[in-house]
Design a protein around this ligand. Sequence first.
Ligand code: AKG
Ligand code: FE2
Length: 333
Amino acid sequence: MTTFDLDALLRDDAPSAESAELLRTIEQIGIVQVVNHGVPGELIADFHRRIGRVLDLPRAEKATLASPTGHPYRGWRQWPDDFGRLELERFSIGQFDNAGDARAAGVPERYAEVFAHGNVWPSQEPGLREVAFAYQEALHGLALRVFGLYARLLGVPASTFPIGDPQYTTFVINNYPTWTYDDDPADKLLLLEHADNSVLTVLHQEGDYAGLQAQRPDGSWGPVPIVPGALQIFTGSLFARWTNGRLSPGRHRVAAGGTVTRRSSAVFVYPSLDTVVEPIPAFVGEDGPEFEPYDVGGEALRAVEDYLTVFGRPEQVAAWRQGRPYVAAVNES
Ligand SMILES: O=C(O)CCC(=O)C(=O)O
Ligand SMILES: [Fe+2]
């Protein structure tokens, strides 16, 4: 898998062979590694040191960091598989701490409710909030630079895609345990195959094995190795939709392995909540649009209910209805 030098590709005199290879990659795979991406290494390290101290707390202490109202996309959570074995812990951070902050940033009133359930900021790590928001903003900024680059590679102005303002973002930190059970870790998926439903996702990964895998056009899977200093850019399904399928959404999954906890952080960038994403005429051929319109704000308002309908365990749904925290039971290994 090629690692792209983003700084070089963003220049007016960008190398044409690399530009052509990047275009091929986003048309066929939708997952790229970038270096010289402009996100300061110290900010990346500082954020991961702080969130790492939170995720390294004893399990019982982390349980107190679950969303107090049972919101699945705020605070800390853990996932068991069907046998009760821990697959994943995730810490989720909303773009704004509350609806008031969202309104102040220009989010229309009808979508302020998306932010009604607050963020969880661990008292054990007092500086986390400031650094987390700085990191989120830096990755969001990178996504916008890449957005402009992809538009240029496609031969259209970035304004072709009405991304709106302020863009909606979500932010998660994933913690994957080492696999201590008898089955082969290479056969154990800790995160199932999917494409993100963003425009672009910016990911950082750390660990000591290539757990992240990207799907090739023929359906096979290839590793996205850990490259020091690199960030990963996933094309999300909304960019694929705008381009009527010219860009491929990056399908990915995470296999178990390694001898230390694997950790990733991801900022998902969406258009503003008042955007409806549909194929842009410049990309629609004689056969017409291949995708239905996607209502960004409507989907965000329904996200928790939709998630619980598909994945919610009965106790989890009950906790959400009653506005209390939920912590899934896992077997201690
Ligand atoms: O952990 C990873 O590398 C991927 C995480 C991911 O795909 C996600 O959070 O959507
Ligand atoms: Fe993903």
